[in-house]
Design a protein around this ligand. Structure first.
Ligand SMILES: *Cc1c(COP(=O)(O)O)cnc(C)c1O
Length: 223
């Protein structure tokens, strides 16, 4: 396990933000990391995020990083500061609807399938371009389209992982130039976890999601 400062000093770039992935970890352990100065925490379950947000200091920024079911959107929308895992148009529509009800605008990332295998969730680039090209997203005034997110294959071969991250950066560039040219808020590339964040940063990540390296191993395997 490494301290927040140790991890950040290894980034080599000032503009990379760290999401401390606290899923399955109790509030006491999260407070310890909070006391090291960390303010952005990531969860992958809606009800767990809601519960922790209610218990922990209000200056924590909660990021939803895992697959979000539409019937749980209303639980996270009051508490979440960014959703990394918009993986369908119907989910985007529901986030917009629930955010509107409570008069919030939620920064959201479009999750793109970049792994060759084992990726259940996320858009294909073409699917995204088709939808975004219709301009319908502009009616979703309660979503701030803030960038993209992807998960690389869980394999030891960093060559494969690097290629997948490079592909996500290309997707980002294409969406930025073709769709979001005039939207300064479209700027985040969320990629990189404990095992591959250095490669992700070399390939242009602006946000890494690190759990194990900060909190230690999780008992249960989740997401
Ligand atoms: C669990 C999780 C992480 C963090 O994984 P570690 O290997 O523990 O750093 C990052 N992103 C997502 C989407 C996750 O579910």
């Amino acid at each position: 396990m490494q301290s927040i400062q140790e991890i950040k000093s290894g980034f080599g770039r000032e503009d990379v933000r760290l999401v401390a992935v606290s899923k399955t970890k109790p509030v006491e352990e999260i407070l310890e990391i909070y006391n090291q100065g960390q303010r952005i925490f990531g969860e992958n379950r809606a009800l767990e995020l809601e519960e922790k947000a209610r218990k922990l200091p209000s200056d924590i920024q909660w990021h939803m990083i895992g697959h979000l079911q539409r019937n749980k959107v209303k639980n996270v929308v009051p508490h979440v500061d960014m959703i990394h895992s918009i993986d369908s148009i119907r989910l985007a529509a529901e986030v917009n609807k629930q955010a509107k009800r409570i008069d919030r605008v939620i920064p959201c990332l479009l999750q793109i399938k970049i792994a060759k295998e084992e990726s259940k969730y996320g858009f294909d680039l073409q699917q995204l371009l088709d939808w975004l090209g219709t301009g319908q997203w502009k009616d979703m005034a309660h979503i701030e389209f803030a960038g993209v997110m992807g998960m690389a294959s869980f394999v030891p071969d960093m060559g494969i992982v690097r290629e997948e991250f490079r592909y996500l950066k290309q997707c980002f560039d294409e969406l930025q130039s073709r769709i979001f040219r005039d939207y300064a808020s479209f700027r985040e590339i969320s990629m990189g976890m404990s095992g591959d964040y250095q490669v992700a940063i070399e390939e242009g990540s602006t946000m890494v999601r690190i759990g194990t390296l900060i909190f230690g191993e999780r008992n249960t395997h989740q997401g």
